[in-house]
Write a protein that binds this ligand. Structure first.
Ligand code: AP5
Length: 295
């Protein structure tokens, strides 16, 4: 079962990863600086398939540091994040974008925006979302492709959340030339997912994701304005899980060389620390991240 987890640590599935090697010393370009004005975009020069030629180690992230700039203009970082409903994709994307300045493109968010705008596509999409099914490709494929093709995604790099979810979506992306450098898979067992969905709340003002138990709102004012997604019921998440389980293997098989599995049952900060390590290693190995900033 794709959404179950048998480990407590990052599982580096890609053959070129070496989790047991000693930690690399902190490169000088990741040392702190007090010059936020150095901010630019993260850029990274990559081979066609960097994970086949690059060796990664599991190392501790550098807490309190933000890799934010590149002095070399190169090909920017391209990240996919996947996992079952409520595995923590959106939560991790908040943390990743904050540090790495990638453009976060969430298929579910794009669709909910269409629903909220009351467009024809939105009305049709909602029928499928209500049933926990995949929204048809004729609605979702071009929507995501167009967002990926925009200038900010091309310049800063992208973080694609919840897409592709089927073999046909993955094949279409490849055909359009969108290939990730890394494919992060969050693993969380199903019994935990249901509890996460039912307790999830969203702040419509900041877009921040909360959980009534695991990540409660900071103030009474925020608590009072929280909303719940229309598909966040136990009944609907079970349907979403069925859809996920019937598609996930075919998608994973297309990204075998880029997959990094992460234990999504850990506290969100620890999950991020694992992801951060991998992304930092990726940047460090390529030697393209030349700026940094103390958080
Ligand atoms: P989408 O919006 O993508 O929903 P999903 O995949 O079901 O994922 P979620 O957003 O529910 O969860 P998440 O993994 O982001 O978890 P989160 O971080 O919020 O898709 C919705 C629908 O749109 C689909 O059903 C489909 O109909 C359609 N759709 C989307 N993409 C499509 C595509 N490609 N093709 C066709 N149709 C598509 O976390 C969940 C909760 O857990 C939160 O409360 C959070 O605070 C908490 N939490 C997170 N991490 C932790 C942690 N480590 N420990 C404890 N609690 C945690």
């Amino acid at each position: 079962m794709a959404s179950s987890c048998s480990c407590n640590t990052v599982n580096f599935k890609a053959a070129s990863f070496h989790p047991n090697k000693p930690l690399a010393p902190t490169p000088s370009h990741l040392l702190p600086t007090s010059k936020p004005s150095q901010l630019a975009s993260i850029s990274l020069r990559l081979n066609q398939n960097p994970l086949q030629t690059t060796h990664f180690r599991k190392s501790k992230a550098v807490p309190g540091f933000q890799v934010v700039a590149s002095g070399q203009k190169g090909e920017p970082l391209r990240v996919m994040i996947s996992g079952a409903p409520a595995s923590g994709k959106g939560t991790q994307c908040e943390l990743i974008t904050k540090k790495y300045n990638l453009v976060h493109i969430a298929a579910g968010d794009l669709l909910r925006a269409e629903v909220a705008a009351g467009t024809e596509n939105g009305k049709r999409a909602k029928e499928f979302m209500e049933m926990g099914k995949l929204v048809p490709n004729e609605i979702v494929v071009m929507m995501v492709k167009e967002r990926l093709a925009q200038q900010d995604s091309q310049e800063n790099g992208w973080l694609l959340d919840g897409y592709p979810r089927s073999e046909s979506q993955a094949t279409a992306l490849k055909k359009f030339g969108f290939v990730p450098d890394i494919f992060i898979l969050l693993e969380v067992p199903e019994e935990i997912l249901v509890e996460r969905v039912v307790g999830r709340r969203l702040d419509p003002v900041t877009g921040k994701i909360y959980h009534l138990t695991y990540s409660p709102p900071e103030t009474e004012e925020i608590a009072a304005r929280l909303t719940q997604r229309f598909d966040d019921t136990e009944e609907k998440v079970k349907l979403r899980l069925l859809t996920h389980n019937s598609n996930v293997e075919s998608v994973l098989s297309l990204y075998e060389d880029q997959i990094v599995k992460v234990d999504g049952t850990l506290p969100k900060e620890e999950v991020f620390s694992e992801i951060d390590s991998v992304l930092t290693e990726l940047l460090t190995k390529k030697g393209a991240a030349v700026g940094s900033l103390a958080a």
